[in-house]
Design a protein around this ligand. Structure first.
Ligand code: SF4
Ligand code: SF4
Length: 366
């Protein structure tokens, strides 16, 4: 392992920018840490902390010089690799034919500061989009990932129990562990190795290597929640008529916040548009949510008309049928759906409530 001081870290970001990458990293906006285009290290949320809970999020001032002493805000790489609204095709009438306009070339993205849960989330979305979506594939293959080990998990995080964090283990080119005065750094790909070779680093000391392990132990111990996954997907399949679905539906607003902030949710609509003159036609892909009634419209009818059925669909897909479909859970334990749910519905609590009365409750089928 190598050690990178703060100057070296600034140089790392500047090198990526010099190589033509668009830097996308954490920055403070509207009272939250969001992912956005950044110029360099000065735009990072240095000395900023955060407090998270079910339905609550607020920034704090730490009074130190740490760049990454927080878990994450509402954003993830999803918003950049799978944008909320993407123009797929635009056709313009020219004489007797239509000319197809293509999207302008994008600069490749260098993601700075993604956490292990979010690196795992990219791998989950890869299973959905890499084989079928040329835009996603182009952005994904061109991207560079600078991961950062999580030292201060949020109170709603449960990545340790999902096996997706808090230490970066895969999905990155370069990974950092933030310590006093700099970072322990490691490369995992030829791109990452070539990048580090151009920046001044030194061998990490034994104490610094031990500090990396200690950072992980402390973060695991501080994890706000946990999810027992051992009996998935069977637990949710056999409890599809459990009364808890009705109870949670009485609190759920069907707002779809949880699906928007979830780094793995991939549902979308394709929307066609035509200009009033009839000269321009567009096809756009937009994020959709399984919490909306119309999203379950099929064969002339809404098949999930109740909020209860839509919440059950979401949770069961995440933790059960996703495993059948893609060979992995649809949840990486980031906890965003808990923090950003306006009524504080907690997936770990919902699954625990079902498990607690698994097979004991009277199921009303009428
Ligand atoms: S669980 Fe929460 S965030 Fe999700 S749709 Fe219901 S109220 Fe909205
Ligand atoms: S279901 Fe919730 S905790 Fe799991 S990945 Fe999505 S937002 Fe994160």
């Amino acid at each position: 392992m190598r050690f990178l001081d703060h100057q070296g870290f600034e140089r790392l970001l500047a090198t990526l920018a010099d190589d033509g990458y668009e830097l996308v990293g954490p920055t403070v906006r509207d009272g939250a840490i969001v992912l956005d285009r950044i110029e360099g290290a000065d735009d990072l949320p240095r000395g900023v902390g955060e407090e998270q809970g079910p339905g609550s999020y607020r920034l704090t001032s730490r009074g130190d010089g740490r760049y990454f002493a927080w878990a994450h805000g509402p954003d993830s790489a999803k918003r950049f690799l799978f944008p909320a609204r993407e123009l797929l095709a635009r056709m313009r009438r020219e004489g007797g034919a239509f000319a197809v306009e293509t999207a302008p070339d994008e600069r490749p993205i260098a993601f700075v500061g993604l956490r292990s849960c979010d690196l795992h989330a990219v791998a989950v979305q890869d299973r959905v989009f890499m084989h079928a979506d040329p835009g996603y594939r182009r952005r994904r293959e061109a991207a560079v990932f600078v991961g950062v080990d999580c030292a201060e998990p949020g109170a709603t995080c449960f990545c340790a129990s999902m096996g997706t964090g808090p230490r970066c283990t895969e999905g990155f080119d370069v990974a950092l562990t933030e310590l006093e005065g700099g970072f322990v750094v490691q490369a995992a790909t030829p791109t990452g190795e070539a990048l580090l070779a151009r920046i001044e680093t030194r061998e990490a000391t034994e104490a610094e290597v031990e500090a990396v392990a200690e950072t992980e132990r402390t973060a695991v111990a501080a994890m706000g929640r946990q999810m027992d996954e051992w009996d998935m997907p069977a637990l949710l399949y056999r409890n599809r008529l459990h009364p808890r679905w009705k109870e949670v539906a009485s609190r759920c607003l069907a707002c779809g916040n949880c699906t928007s902030v979830c780094p793995t949710c991939f549902c979308h609509d394709i929307v066609d548009g035509v200009s009033l003159s009839g000269d321009v036609a567009t096809r756009t892909r937009e994020w959709a949510s399984c919490f909306s009634e119309e999203y379950s419209w099929a064969a002339g009818a809404v098949v999930r008309a109740s909020r209860e059925s839509r919440y059950r669909q979401w949770l069961t897909h995440k933790f059960a049928s996703w495993i059948d479909q893609f060979g992995t859970s649809g949840c990486v334990g980031c906890g965003r759906c808990i923090t950003w749910c306006p009524v504080g519905i907690d997936v770990t609590e919902e699954v625990a409530a079902i498990r607690a009365t698994d097979g004991e409750v009277e199921v009303v089928t009428s």
